[in-house]
Design a binder for this molecule. Structure first.
Ligand code: GN1
Ligand code: MG
Length: 360
């Protein structure tokens, strides 16, 4: 495998020669590796095996990412922000000039590793406020009149009704014979269908706009500088039309949880209101485009994204773990329980979140 990775890395236009290749990050979909190179002053790279089962149209995927990063780079140049090469991803083409390569049926791509950048699983309130600002700016850049037109890399990705229909289908087909053992969980989730599809009805009535959103704003999908300031939004695979409440919610589902996404000890899982307030303050301050309804629905987003993630983890458990990477046999069930515990606490905190948003 190792030798193989070196061969794959050499298919791309890299400077220096690959020295070490190690696993990077903890994404649940793609396999990511850090390629360090020699001589030491040559750039390092991030090599990724794209999950082709999840991303069916890799041309579209890579084309979207190129459009997004080109647009962000262009805007940052205009604003004269400086340090541009650390503020947006740079795709590395193959020696044939392609944005990805296929070897033995596997899809691979590469980006330049951003020097002195780090991911964090937990943030201080100050970091959360700066991250809120950073996501507000990210949305603003992609709401810009010159922003690219992006197509959906995964159709219905954050469509709650679609995710619920996938859960129903899994229960019906029950391919792993697990549906009955988790019927208490699925019943609790299915009972909230109406409530959780609200934004889609508002959009149908023309009341809620779709904008370009990231659709995977987990706290570990943003890179921070050595001093803890946000540098660059990464994992752009699902950047596509959506509701801003999705991105707001998905960030707080992860950074605003006092426990881990897959926490086994449910007593550790709760809403961290300090992180909620800090992130909301930063986000609302920089997301100058928000309509009053979009702003009002931000706390709803925290609830909806946590709900949808519980539905998706439970669906995958019932289907026999075919979608998310698992590290142990009952991992998706553990994740489901942790998300459902968080959802309970979000229900409790929702009035407080709503009141706070009104003060901004
Ligand atoms: C996946 O790839 P990663 O780990 O950043 C998933 C997200 C989920 C997340 C849950 C394409 O994100 O939608 O919210 O896991 N990405 C895809 O941790 O399904
Ligand atoms: Mg990721």
């Amino acid at each position: 495998m190792k030798q193989n990775l070196f061969d794959i890395a050499r298919l791309f236009q890299i400077k220096g020669s690959p020295d070490k290749i190690t696993r990077l990050g903890n994404g649940l979909i793609n396999d990511t590796f850090l390629v360090t190179t020699l001589p030491p002053d040559a750039p390092d790279y991030v090599l990724q095996k794209i999950n082709h089962n999840v991303f069916k149209d890799v041309d579209l995927l890579q084309d979207n990412i190129l459009k997004i990063t080109d647009h962000i780079r262009h805007c940052l140049k205009e604003k004269d922000t400086g340090d541009i090469d650390r503020r947006t991803l740079i795709l590395v083409p193959t020696s044939e000039g392609a944005l990805y390569t296929v070897k033995d049926g596997q899809y691979w791509r590469m980006t330049v590793h951003i020097p002195r950048s780090f991911t964090h699983e937990t943030l201080t309130p100050h970091m959360a406020e700066l991250t809120g600002q950073a996501f507000g700016e990210f949305h603003a850049l992609l709401s810009h009149p010159l922003a690219p037109n992006l197509k959906e890399t995964i159709p219905n990705f954050h469509n709650t009704a679609f995710r619920i229909s996938q859960l129903r289908e899994a229960i019906q087909d029950d391919p792993a014979g697990r549906a009955k053992s988790v019927s208490d969980l699925s019943e609790r989730l299915l009972a909230r269908e109406e409530e959780m599809t609200l934004p889609f009805h508002l959009a149908e009535q023309g009341k809620l706009p779709k904008r370009i959103t990231h659709c995977d704003t987990k706290v570990n999908n943003i890179l921070f500088d050595t001093d803890g300031t946000p540098l660059c939004v990464i994992d752009l695979d699902t950047t596509m039309p959506g509701f801003v409440l999705s991105d707001f919610g998905d960030f707080l589902r992860t950074a605003g949880n006092t426990g881990a996404e897959d926490e086994a000890d449910l007593s550790k899982v709760a809403v961290n209101m300090d992180i909620f307030r800090a992130f909301a303050k930063g986000y609302v301050a920089s997301a100058s485009f928000l309509t009053p309804l979009e702003k009002e629905l931000l706390p709803f987003g925290v609830m909806m994204l946590t709900y949808m993630q519980a539905v998706r983890f439970l669906t995958d458990y019932i289907n026999g773990d075919t979608y998310f990477r698992i590290d142990e046999p009952e991992h998706n069930l553990r994740r489901t329980r942790a998300q459902m515990k968080l959802l309970e606490d979000i229900d409790r905190c929702l009035p407080e979140m709503t009141d706070f948003i009104k003060t901004l």
